[in-house]
Ligand binder design. Structure first.
Ligand code: ZN
Length: 466
């Protein structure tokens, strides 16, 4: 009731403020069709990274924005790796909102696709192609909202910045890092909406609206075992392959202890409310002193994502040792992909692994930066509340779930700069999530439509003139 009342009040305010542009509810079906048509065009521009070729994509957007009368610019750190930026001005009473997505995609294994990967074909209500979900589906939806606000001349308290960035999938610093280092004033914002968590469709209705507010931290380590090389016909007790294998077996099966934070606690509490009884029981008993271990074990086998949200995770990913069949090598090494909870004490964590391995022949060294800690985005901000409000209006019976991602996005460097960044993706089922970065990537047409609508509602709420 109060929501309906405030929406009505808001609509009234808008029409009082700008009688010439009295706002009615936009035609979301038309917005969906427009966003989908543009998504098909975006998929036809191959931006597999490497090499990326995002400038071609940026030029496509620039031409389109020129036609709409919106100024934009392409910023390149390296030739061909263009980022596109455009801005609609507000009255400046609040700080800008950044709508962003990444233009590049991962590559494809062409022979494993059953449909063409770069044609943007439509089949059975889905748009198929590399990037359909990650992240051209996001870009087309953000752009749609941006254009709607521009065309309607919606009075705004904040500038809206649209960004299609380069180089997200393979790093290299040509995208968000370059923009932060060399063009910060052009993207500086209070809030950002970026890729991140799914709006999940299950059993024919939306179960939850996922909003990514934090990410686990990449804390890779290398294990090196050292011995003395020798002839394969005379086995040595210090064979580094044997020592390394024993160490990998110990830490590779180790489950670090469960530890909730505010985000994951809220996530599982709310998820339990919209889940079938059997699942709900697991989500609400994860740290129960009696049935907790059983619930955790069940999750470990049935949901690798949720299991990883609960703890610092350890995954050996690359192993190397030896160069000849008949030579015992002098060393062997393994790379371990550790994804830490944001508050993990890494020196203590590594010390614990060392004790567990209990072998002086095996050395552990950190890879890369283990010190930078990215703060989570808050869930008590105007933008988070605006997303929640849109979720309640559009998908009654569902919940908004703040999520801590187990992988990384470009929201992390923005959070380090103090931006409250939220990750949200189109409406999909588990099938589309499984195909992300895989074969026959796709997104439902209706999923784009609903995504445009929820973004539009939240953006108008948080940036519209009040
Ligand atoms: Zn992505």
């Amino acid at each position: 009731m109060s929501i309906i009342r405030s929406l009505t009040l808001f609509a009234t305010l808008l029409s009082i403020n700008c009688p010439a542009n009295a706002q009615t509810v936009p035609d979301f079906a038309q917005a969906r069709d427009e966003a989908v048509k543009r998504l098909q065009e975006m998929i036809r521009i191959d931006t597999s990274n490497p090499p990326g070729n995002e400038t071609k994509f940026a030029q496509y957007l620039k031409t389109l924005l020129d036609k709409e009368g919106v100024a934009s610019e392409i910023l390149e750190k390296e030739p061909g790796r263009g980022n596109l930026l455009a801005r609609i001005k507000g009255n400046g009473s609040k700080k800008p909102l950044l709508l962003m997505g990444h233009a590049d995609t991962v590559g494809v294994e062409k022979d494993k696709w059953t449909v063409p990967a770069f044609e943007g074909i439509i089949k059975d209500g889905y748009v198929y192609g590399r990037g359909a979900y990650d992240d051209k589906g996001g870009i087309t939806s953000m752009l749609q909202v941006f254009l709607m606000l521009h065309r309607q001349k919606t009075p705004l308290d904040r500038d809206i910045i649209f960004l299609a960035e380069a180089g997200e999938e393979a790093g290299g610093g040509v995208g968000i890092d370059f923009l932060i280092e060399e063009h910060w004033p052009k993207i500086e914002a209070e809030f950002a909406l970026n890729e991140g968590a799914e709006i999940l469709m299950k059993d024919g209705k939306v179960r939850y609206v996922g909003v990514a507010t934090a990410e686990k931290l990449v804390r890779r380590i290398k294990l090196t075992a050292r011995g003395i090389s020798g002839h394969g016909s005379m086995p040595r007790v210090d064979n580094p392959i044997v020592h390394l294998a024993a160490a990998v077996a110990k830490i590779g099966t180790y489950q670090p202890p469960l530890r909730f934070n505010d985000i994951t606690r809220t996530f599982f509490e709310r998820l339990a409310k919209v889940s079938p009884p059997e699942e709900a029981f697991i989500y609400s008993h994860l740290d129960d002193p009696i049935v907790g271990p059983m619930a955790q074990e069940k999750l470990r086998h049935t949901n690798t994502l949720y299991n990883s949200m609960l703890r610092t995770s350890i995954a050996p990913t690359m192993i190397k040792g030896g160069f000849r069949e008949n030579v015992i090598p002098a060393d062997a090494e393994v790379i371990v992909d550790v994804r830490a909870l944001p508050d993990e004490n890494m020196p203590a964590f590594i010390e614990n692994l060392r004790r567990m391995i209990d072998d002086p022949a095996v050395e552990i060294t950190p890879i890369g930066d283990h010190t930078t800690i990215t703060p989570p985005s808050r869930i008590d901000t105007d933008l988070f509340r605006a997303l929640e409000k849109a979720q309640i209006t559009m998908f009654p019976g569902s919940v908004t779930l703040p999520m801590m991602l187990t992988g990384g996005t470009d929201s992390a460097p923005l959070r380090l700069k103090g931006v409250q960044a939220y990750g949200i993706d189109p409406v999909v089922s588990e099938e589309e999530i499984a195909r992300m970065h895989g074969n026959d990537e796709r997104v439902p047409i209706e999923g784009i439509g609903k995504f445009v609508e929820i973004l539009y509602r939240a953006v108008v709420e948080v940036a519209g003139k009040h």
